[in-house]
Ligand binder design. Structure first.
Ligand SMILES: [Zn+2]
Length: 77
């Protein structure tokens, strides 16, 4: 029997690979917890519905990949 819990899926997405009109967003907590979100140009919330009220720490800190699983799922759907 295969233990699927040991299977890790590398679903990280490099911010530099985002499609046009998409960019990374996250607050300080997202930088710490490695959950950078994806936002679409012209929107006021991230793809997972998080209001973008804080400074974009993901951009300021130079985070290089998306970490939010909900944003990744919507982006890839
Ligand atoms: Zn998200």
């Amino acid at each position: 029997m295969i233990d699927q819990l040991t299977t890790t899926v590398d679903n990280k997405l490099n911010i530099s690979d985002l499609k046009p009109q998409h960019y990374a967003f996250g607050g300080r907590g997202d930088v710490w917890s490695d959950t950078a979100h994806i936002a679409q140009s012209g929107e006021y919330v991230t793809m997972c519905g998080r209001p973008m009220l804080s400074s974009n720490w993901v951009k300021m800190e130079g985070v290089d990949h998306i970490g939010c699983p909900t944003c990744l799922a919507k982006y890839n759907s």
